[in-house]
Ligand binder design. Structure first.
Ligand code: FAD
Length: 408
């Protein structure tokens, strides 16, 4: 009596399991995760949890008892090694095979490793899992004690959040970013500059256009980061945040269509009708044929719901406006929409005071909005984007103009 097997007990895996139940599925559901922990929230790992402002219990996403009550069989510490599509089984690391009638791939993503001499020295750490976060927290504590500085390689969201948290703890922090500006692929130039000033204002040594040549280490682990010009930035901890790659190897080996992620449609369907996929491991095909990879809680949640519905034979496409958030110091960034291809911007509010929204336009069309400590603007922007309603650039930038009036 095979049931539905879910590979990956993270955000997307848990959501799909629960939506299978609420959607009326009565067969067996097995949720397999290779981490030793049950499902937990990842976003606090670089924020409140790392800052010591949150305890382990608050990280728990779903207690195993709660899943058991829904007759969802959670198995932790179990790694799936292969999918046999013709036999409809997954192979576990212990050599056993588990049959499925439907399969959800929710395997997440893996931080890119630093392809550098010394990149594997002790104290050079990436941040993806609870165990990664514990290792970073431990090393930070040692750095506080020994007055060693922290270096963050990569000025993306995770790197910048770790930098902000380390500054909160009083550590000396250098951020090394290879590009000419922070978060250059997602933020408007004015906002990249604003974030650079925010971090500098909090005492971060920020180096843009930084070329990292090697990691230097002694018997205790990392001692510094050597740059292209031969200078060395001392470090007792190096956090590497240079992006992630989708965990699509199982799917690739099973012959499913993959293109830097498991290719899915808006309903989470793969090229095999019995297999769906959701979350960071996917690349979603848009109506114009292009592929989009999103790495966010919303994407994992919504794709998880779509994928579960698809296995139940229901169409529940994920087409809502993408959103994302990031907390750095006392600033909450909330992003709505996708800003790629923007050619014009308007700023509403007061950047100097730290409460504002940057609206991204492509021609006359509003395509995205990034709000800093302006949750009302963010929620309104999501409504405007969902409704395909665009203010003019002048209206967006004019605090006296009521944007919600456009939605009536
Ligand atoms: P995951 O949550 O990664 O779950 C996948 C699980 O599958 C993992 O436990 C993995 O170990 C397991 N797995 C993989 N392969 C196998 C296998 N073969 N067998 C068994 N198990 C397997 N997003 C936001 O929207 N806002 C934020 O502020 C934010 N902050 C973040 C901060 C940090 C430090 C990190 C790491 C991420 C953050 N994200 C944030 C991103 C967000 O957490 C992810 O997009 C989301 O967790 C993706 O969910 P998922 O279910 O696709 O993958």
């Amino acid at each position: 009596h095979a049931g539905i097997v879910i590979v990956g007990a993270g955000q997307a895996g848990v959501m799909s399991a629960e939506v299978l139940r609420t959607g009326g599925y009565t067969g067996a559901i097995t949720l397999l995760g290779d981490e030793p922990h049950g499902p937990y929230h990842r976003p606090p790992l670089s924020k409140a949890w790392l800052a010591g402002e949150m305890d382990a219990a608050q990280l728990v996403m779903r207690a195993p008892e709660m899943l058991a009550r829904k007759h969802i069989a959670l198995r932790t510490g179990v790694s799936v090694k292969a999918i046999d599509r013709s036999a409809q089984t997954v192979m576990l690391v212990d050599g056993s095979a588990l049959p499925y009638t439907g399969l959800v791939l929710a395997t997440g993503s893996t931080p890119r490793a630093l392809p550098l001499p010394g990149g594997d020295a002790p104290g050079v750490l990436a941040l993806r899992t609870r165990d990664d976060a514990s290792a970073i927290a431990g090393r930070m504590a040692a750095c506080i004690e020994q007055r060693h500085p922290v270096v963050v390689i990569g000025g993306g969201f995770i790197g910048l959040e770790v930098a902000a948290t380390a500054r909160k703890k009083g550590l000396a922090v250098t951020v090394l970013e290879a590009a000419p500006r922070l978060l250059g692929r997602v933020l408007a130039p004015v906002l990249s500059d604003w974030y650079a000033e925010l971090h500098r204002g909090h005492g971060v040594q920020l180096q843009l256009r930084a070329q990292v040549a090697a990691i230097e280490a002694d018997a205790n682990g990392v001692t510094g980061v050597k740059l292209g010009d031969g200078s060395v930035v001392p470090a007792g901890l190096v956090v590497v945040g240079i992006g992630v790659s989708a965990n699509d190897r199982l799917a690739q080996a099973a012959g499913l269509e993959c293109d830097r992620g498991i290719v899915v449609d808006a309903c989470g369907r793969t090229s095999d009708p019995r297999i769906v996929a959701a979350g960071d491991c996917t690349a979603r095909r848009l109506a114009d044929g292009s592929l989009i990879r999103l790495e966010s809680v919303q994407n994992a949640t919504e794709q998880g719901k779509s994928a579960a519905a698809a296995l139940l034979g229901q169409e529940r496409p994920f087409t809502a406006t993408p959103w994302f958030w990031s907390d750095q110091y006392d600033k909450k960034l909330q992003m709505a929409g996708l800003s790629m291809g923007a050619d014009g911007w308007a700023v509403r509010g007061d950047m100097a005071a730290g409460t504002f929204t940057v609206y991204h336009f492509k021609g006359e069309k509003l395509i995205a909005a990034d709000s800093v400590n302006a949750s009302k603007d963010h929620l309104q922007a999501r409504k405007l984007l969902d409704a395909h309603v665009s203010p003019t650039r002048e209206q967006a930038g004019d605090l006296a103009f009521d944007l919600s009036g456009l939605l009536k």
